[in-house]
Design a protein around this ligand. Structure first.
Ligand code: SF4
Length: 340
């Protein structure tokens, strides 16, 4: 049975009208699900009993179930969910001084097998449905009012394009969680055709691209997707995106000791992106992932990298790794649960 959380307001109106109900009933249902946060159709007290029963017969409300959670000393909280078919996914709440960010998964597992990420280790299983994506947000929002969403959990969002974009439209609407598109970030490992497709969307979401190296050989080693979309193809797609939308792209760059964090790597990065207008670089010292033998460089090297970008007028921020004590890097909680 399908979950009602995968329906847009328009789709629900259409269904309710076909049942002989009035369109405004869909707004009432949305209000119960997204604002009053009920978990059972029978609690929707301003709907007739027959409509509540019919909804219950035809739809589920929540099909993802939390089975584990861990909380870091820094407030980051990670949740492991089991889906109706028994697959596992993770989501994270990251509270900081000025925002509460929900990090959402878009697939079960991931086919790209980036070397610094635990999500690819057990392979790709399937795309998440729009409803499963929305339910992660609803669950996290019930836990703590979320202000920002990043699609940086397990999976490649642009390989599950339609479900992700539909979920963004639903969550962005004022009848649901009303989270502004500018507070929603789609993060891609570099699916160039997907970046081009985003140009045609009428939403003002943020786009971030995981770059991690400006050298094809190194990038292919840590991100196998680079063999499909090498740097020249990826950067051309980014250039077109910036030119046609006038919007900025953030390049994510995980700094990994002895791999991509020396001055030579930084010079290559400057050469690769300096002519793109509207870019910024987000430097992230790698989380230690035991299974992948990854560790971050020292503080001096991180500072050197950042200073060199600034010298070339490329804005760079340094993001602290969060939740290091709770296996917060993508896929780690699921992996350790599966091992057990
Ligand atoms: S970083 Fe993203 S694209 Fe790479 S393996 Fe992990 S989930 Fe997949």
């Amino acid at each position: 049975m399908e979950s009602i959380t995968g329906l847009s307001l328009g789709e629900l109106e259409h269904i309710l009208i076909s049942w002989g109900e009035q369109a405004f009933r869909a707004n009432q249902v949305f209000s119960w699900v997204y604002k009053k946060r009920v978990s059972d159709f029978s609690l929707m007290s301003d709907l007739s009993t027959s409509l509540r029963n019919k909804l219950k017969e035809d739809f589920t409300l929540f099909d993802i179930k939390q089975i584990k959670s861990v909380k870091s000393k820094d407030g980051t909280e990670k949740f492991l969910f089991v889906l109706s078919d028994g697959d596992l996914i993770e989501s994270v709440i990251i509270p900081t001084d000025d925002r509460v960010t929900a990090c959402i998964s878009t697939q079960v597992g991931c086919k790209y097998k980036c070397s610094f990420c635990a999500s690819g280790i057990s392979g790709f299983r399937r795309n998440l449905t729009c409803a499963e994506i929305i339910q992660q947000m609803l669950f996290l929002n019930n836990r703590k009012k979320i202000t920002h969403i990043v699609f940086m959990g397990t999976g490649e969002p642009l390989d599950n394009y339609d479900a992700v974009l539909k979920a963004i439209r639903i969550i962005n609407s004022k009848e649901s969680l009303n989270i502004g598109a500018r507070r929603i970030t789609i993060s891609t490992s570099g699916v160039a055709p997907g970046i081009r497709k985003l140009i045609g969307e009428d939403l003002q979401f943020e786009l971030s691209v995981s770059l991690h190296s400006a050298d094809d050989a190194v990038r292919s080693k840590i991100m196998p997707i680079n063999k499909i979309y090498p740097l020249n193809i990826l950067i051309a797609a980014c250039n077109e995106y910036i030119r046609k939308t006038g919007r900025q792209i953030t390049f994510e760059y995980v700094l990994i000791k002895n791999l991509n964090s020396d001055i030579h790597s930084c010079q290559k990065l400057v050469a690769l992106i300096k002519d793109l207008r509207l870019v910024k670089v987000n430097l992230i010292p790698a989380n230690i992932v035991k299974e992948c033998r990854i560790e971050p460089p020292g503080r001096a090297e991180i500072q050197m990298f950042r200073n060199h970008l600034s010298k070339h007028k490329i804005p760079a921020t340094l993001r602290k790794s969060r939740g290091e004590d709770i296996e917060a890097a993508c896929g780690q909680l699921r992996l350790s649960h599966e091992k057990k």
